[in-house]
Write a protein that binds this ligand. Structure first.
Ligand code: HEC
Length: 262
C-alpha cells in the first residue's frame, strides 16, 4: 500500500486544531473497540438503538449511578454543566453514526473526568454499562427484554429512527472511491465514493472489499501531487466540509487501496 501524507497549509491547520478533541477521542477509541469486535457474530441487519438494547431495570440502576458519579458535571437531566450535555442535539452531533460500543468505550476509558486523570476508568465495569443505558433511555430510545452488555453494545448503531443520516460537518471521516485527474480548478476529485464513515469506526469491511457508491467528493487543501494515484481505489480521511462532505473533504491522508478501481 502506498501512502501519501499530506502537508496542510496554516489556515487548514487552524481548522484541524479546532476539531482535534473529537479526533483524539476517535483514535483512542479505535484500538480497544477493534479488539472486542472479534467476539461479535453478526447476523442479518446490524442492530440499532431502536431495537430495545437494554431493560427498564438496567436504565433505572443507571439513573442512580449517573446521579452519584456523573451529574455534578453533566447535570441531573444530562443537560450539561461543567461537562457537555449528553442529550438532544449535542448527543446527536457527537454520536450519530457511531455505535453504543464506542460510546461505552469512551465513557469507560475517560470518565469520570478529573484534572489529573486519576478518576477515569475507576468505576466497576457494570456501572459504566448501566450508566450508558440511562443515557440511551434519556435520549428516547426504547427499552427491550435483554440487558445491554459490553459484547451486545458492539455494532449497535446510533442512528435516527428514519434511518442513517449524514455525518455532521467537521467530523473526521473516511471515504473510499476512485481518484480521477485534477479538474480545471486544480482540485482533486474522488468519484464512485462510499458514504462517509467516522474515522474512529473500526472493524468494518476492509477498504478493498467495500461496495463503492455514487458519491463524488472534492479533495480540498491537498498540497501534494496525487498524479501517481489517479485510477486507483483510494481511502481518504479528512474533515467533512458541510454535512456528509457535500462540499468536499479537508484532507489529512490518502491511501492507495488497489491500483485499479472497480
Ligand atoms: C468532574 C466533571 C465530570 C464528571 C464527574 C464526569 N464528566 Fe463526562 N465529561 C466531562 C468533561 C470536562 C468532558 C469533556 C467534554 C466537554 O464537556 O467539553 C466530558 C465528556 C463526556 C462525554 C463525551 C461528550 C461528548 O459527547 O463528546 C461523555 C459521554 C461523558 N463525559 C459521560 C460521563 C459519564 C457517563 C460520567 C459518569 C461516569 C461522567 N461523564 C463524569 C466532565 C465530567
Amino acid at each position: 500500500m502506498r501512502r501519501v501524507r499530506l502537508i496542510s497549509g496554516s489556515c487548514v491547520r487552524a481548522i484541524l486544531l479546532a476539531a482535534l478533541a473529537p479526533g483524539l477521542v476517535a483514535s483512542s477509541l479505535g484500538a480497544s473497540v477493534f479488539a472486542l469486535r472479534t467476539t461479535q457474530a453478526p447476523t442479518g441487519a446490524p442492530p440499532s438503538v431502536w431495537d430495545g438494547v437494554f431493560t427498564t431495570d438496567q436504565a433505572e440502576r443507571g439513573r442512580r449511578l449517573f446521579l452519584a458519579n456523573c451529574a455534578e458535571c453533566h447535570g441531573d437531566n444530562l443537560e450539561g454543566g461543567e461537562g457537555k450535555a449528553l442529550t438532544g442535539d449535542q448527543f446527536w452531533a457527537d454520536w450519530k453514526e457511531s455505535t453504543v460500543g464506542e460510546l461505552l468505550t469512551f465513557v469507560r476509558t475517560n470518565m469520570p473526568f478529573s484534572e489529573d486523570g486519576s478518576k477515569k476508568g475507576t468505576l466497576p465495569p457494570s456501572t459504566y454499562v448501566d450508566i450508558v443505558t440511562h443515557i440511551l433511555k434519556t435520549n428516547g430510545f426504547p427499552e427491550g427484554v435483554q440487558e445491554l452488555t459490553p459484547a451486545s453494545s458492539l455494532g449497535v448503531r446510533v442512528i435516527r429512527r428514519e434511518g442513517p443520516g449524514e455525518l455532521p460537518a467537521s467530523t473526521l471521516a473516511k471515504v473510499v472511491g476512485c481518484l480521477v485527474p485534477q479538474g480545471a480548478g486544480g482540485t482533486w476529485r474522488l468519484v464512485m465514493g462510499t458514504r462517509p464513515t467516522r474515522a474512529s469506526s473500526t472493524g468494518r469491511t476492509p477498504d478493498r472489499d467495500v461496495a463503492l457508491g455514487d458519491r463524488e467528493y472534492d479533495l480540498k487543501f491537498v498540497l501534494t501531487s496525487l498524479t501517481r494515484l489517479v485510477g486507483h481505489r483510494v481511502a481518504v480521511t479528512g474533515l467533512l466540509i458541510g454535512e456528509g462532505g457535500v462540499n468536499g473533504l479537508n484532507v489529512s491522508s490518502v491511501d492507495s487501496v488497489t491500483d485499479t478501481c472497480n
